[in-house]
Design a protein around this ligand. Structure first.
Ligand SMILES: Nc1ncnc2c1ncn2[C@@H]1O[C@H](COP(=O)(O)OP(=O)(O)OP(=O)(O)O)[C@@H](O)[C@H]1O
Ligand SMILES: [Mg+2]
Length: 391
């Protein structure tokens, strides 16, 4: 039946048994199976031996199954490594619970086997927006800086262009006015002088012609004076201040402007004080302030001008106000009128001649006297200039 190899030692175990089973004849194999099936298995079943076999197998399977369940520590490590290889540097928590501030991944089944196939795991990350913002912050900050610098440069360029444009306009208007104002007396002097030279005149006509020349020369002098006034101002106010009676200055200014007042059929109202009001300062510059302000009040008027002048005194200040019923000054120009060469745009109308220097001179003188000037609209039309000078 089965020849035992005498040289081999007797062996036990399932592998040895299976090996040996291959060497026996089919008949012997059948006998053996019948013997086991009929006798041993039957006996083992009767005696409950099979129960122990299967229980052992079940227990070892259970142990293997349990040990193959997800290990959170291991999973944490693996996910961390995986994110690192993809250069994603962000914090995460596995199965964070109900923290809604975090961004949750979709649920992943940790096992396909029963009874754990319903065991899910989720990873919670910081919000993707925050993550992307953090990752890109350097780029964002640099871009913002660049944008701010570009806007700054743009603003600077535009404002430079605009001021250049404004300056060019002022220059052009100044030259136009200047040419006009200078040309008239020069042409008049030239023609009169030529007439004097060309013909024989009686002493009377000669005197008349010479008077014309002198008058035009005076006009030219007034013109140059008005331009140079701003230059002279510093020398004048540098002197020791003397007490100046403002009432005298107003009366003198009205007297000096008599030709213009009569010419324009203007009415001047003057509310003079009961007692003299004196301020320390330079009489000539302060007188020029009044001349400029009253001159403007007469000039910028379409109808017969009515100019009201009031001189008052408070505890610290002397106050002179000059109101007119003229064309008025739009609110947006209330500050610019005190700039050099500034004239309120009048479209193409250049009826009123001027250089835009008068008020800048006025402003300078008032500053030197530590006073202040402001302009408000007068009702129903015109403007009111108020000058305050410390007593
Ligand atoms: N009383 C006023 N009513 C209306 N507009 C005025 C008045 N005073 C000044 N303005 C405006 O302010 C501008 C500046 O006045 P400013 O006296 O400095 O110059 P100007 O009168 O034009 O020339 P000038 O140098 O000969 O005085 C004027 O061109 C005018 O548009
Ligand atoms: Mg003026």
């Amino acid at each position: 039946m089965y020849k035992e190899d005498k040289n081999k030692k007797s062996q036990f175990g399932l592998t040895a048994f299976t090996e040996k089973l291959d060497h026996i004849t089919p008949k012997a194999k059948a006998m053996l199976i019948n013997h086991f099936g009929d006798k041993i298995v039957k006996r083992d079943l009767e005696q409950g031996v099979v129960y122990y076999y299967t229980q052992m197998l079940g227990d070892s399977l259970q142990a293997a199954f349990n040990s193959s369940r997800m290990n959170p520590v291991e999973m944490n490590k693996l996910l961390g490594q995986e994110l690192k290889t993809r250069s994603i540097h962000t914090q995460f928590v596995l199965n964070s619970g109900g923290n809604t501030n975090l961004y949750l991944s979709s649920k992943v089944n940790t096992s396909l086997r029963k009874p754990f196939q319903k065991e899910f795991i989720t990873a919670a990350f910081e919000s993707p927006n925050t993550y992307f913002f953090k990752e890109m912050r350097l780029i964002i900050i640099t871009s913002l800086l660049l944008i701010i610098i570009t806007i700054g440069c743009f603003y600077y360029t535009v404002s430079t262009l605009l001021s250049q444009h404004k300056l060019a306009e002022l220059k052009e208007s100044f030259i136009n006015n200047m040419t006009h104002e200078l040309n008239t007396p020069i042409a008049s002097i030239k023609i009169t002088a030529e007439a004097l030279k060309a013909f024989k005149h009686t002493p009377d006509t000669q005197l008349e012609y010479l008077n014309i020349i002198a008058h035009q020369a005076n006009k030219l002098e007034t013109l140059t004076d008005s331009i140079l006034n701003t230059k002279r101002i510093n020398h004048r106010t540098g002197k020791d201040p003397v007490l100046v009676d403002l009432n005298d200055l107003v009366v003198n200014a009205i007297r000096d402007l008599k030709p213009q007042i009569d010419d324009g059929h203007a009415v001047i109202g003057y509310e003079f004080p009961n007692s003299p009001i004196c301020v320390p300062g330079d009489a000539e510059s302060l007188g020029n302030i009044l001349l400029n302000l009253i001159d403007n009040a007469l000039k910028y008027n379409l109808k017969d001008a009515v100019v009201n002048i009031a001189l008052k005194k408070s505890s610290d200040y002397a106050e002179i106000s000059i109101s007119d019923n003229g064309i008025g000054i739009p609110d947006e120009y209330h500050e610019s009128i005190f700039e050099r060469f500034f004239r309120v745009p009048q479209g193409n109308l250049h009826d009123v001649k001027g250089f835009g220097l008068g008020l800048s001179y006025v402003y300078e003188v008032i500053q030197q006297h530590h006073g202040e000037i402001r302009v408000v609209n007068n009702a129903p039309s015109g403007s009111t200039f108020t000058v305050k000078l410390p007593l």
